[in-house]
Design a protein around this ligand. Structure first.
Ligand code: HEM
Length: 207
């Protein structure tokens, strides 16, 4: 009888979900503990606002880096992770980016902006944040198999390239935000651009 290796029984999606979930839980625990040390409510709100914003940014960057890094790994003939795992990680990082963005946007709107719709629409950096969030939410809704059935696979692939447009609006959000560090923003986005360029590496010819 053919033996089934234990590796093949764990689905890539479940592995990606467990690893990403553990990372998010760890980050939340560290950030939560640090927030306990903050004495003022207002400071704590800003702390959570920033933390959720940076978690969203990190998850979006990781999601956008998966395909280029996969290309590089194929080029280096590394077969450690099968393609389905790369895709599963891209998906869970994308979902994390959207959920963190939703938490950040809701927090900003209910605390920092005091439910003021007018400011949200009239301030360029907030508008850019809103567009980023709208794109990430659209991608989130098309990331679930049951909803995916409504879309053809090709359409899904085109739609998910919009994540790059989301990154551009995020860049605008940060460059125009009054207190976001501009140098750090430029360094982070330059790094993302470099990694994204790996996407154009030619794949090795199949023998
Ligand atoms: C409705 C959508 C959004 C609103 C209303 C919003 C609002 C804000 C506000 C009020 C700030 C603080 C500005 C400052 O301190 O200078 C901020 C900063 C930030 N936002 Fe957003 N945002 C939105 C969407 C997003 C999304 C989708 C992401 C990431 C995926 C994001 C990531 C960040 C980051 C990284 C910062 C910088 C924090 C800092 O260092 O000051 N934002 N946002």
């Amino acid at each position: 009888m053919k033996s089934v290796s234990p590796r093949s029984t764990v689905s890539p999606r479940r592995t990606a979900f467990r690893i990403t979930g553990s990372l998010v839980l760890l980050a939340s625990a560290v950030l939560g503990l640090q927030a306990l040390a903050i004495g003022y409510d207002l400071e704590r709100e800003i702390w959570f606002l920033r933390a959720t914003g940076y978690i969203g940014l990190a998850a979006l960057f990781l999601s956008l880096s998966i395909t280029p890094i996969h290309r590089l790994a194929s080029r280096l003939q590394s077969r450690r992770l099968p393609p389905a795992h790369w895709l599963a990680f891209r998906r869970t990082f994308g979902i994390t980016a959207a959920l963190a963005g939703l938490a950040h946007g809701t927090l900003a709107f209910t605390t920092y902006l005091d439910w003021n719709w007018q400011t949200l629409g009239a301030t360029p950096y907030l508008r850019a944040g809103l567009v980023t969030l709208a794109i990430l939410t659209a991608l989130l809704l098309t990331s679930f198999p049951s909803l995916l059935k409504l879309f053809r696979v090709r359409l899904w692939q085109h739609l998910h390239r919009l994540a790059y447009i989301a990154a551009l609006f995020l860049l605008q959000h940060l460059l125009l935000a009054p207190f976001a560090p501009r140098k750090l923003t430029l360094v982070l986005f330059a790094g993302l651009l470099l990694v994204a360029a790996l996407r154009f590496l030619p794949l090795p010819k199949k023998q």
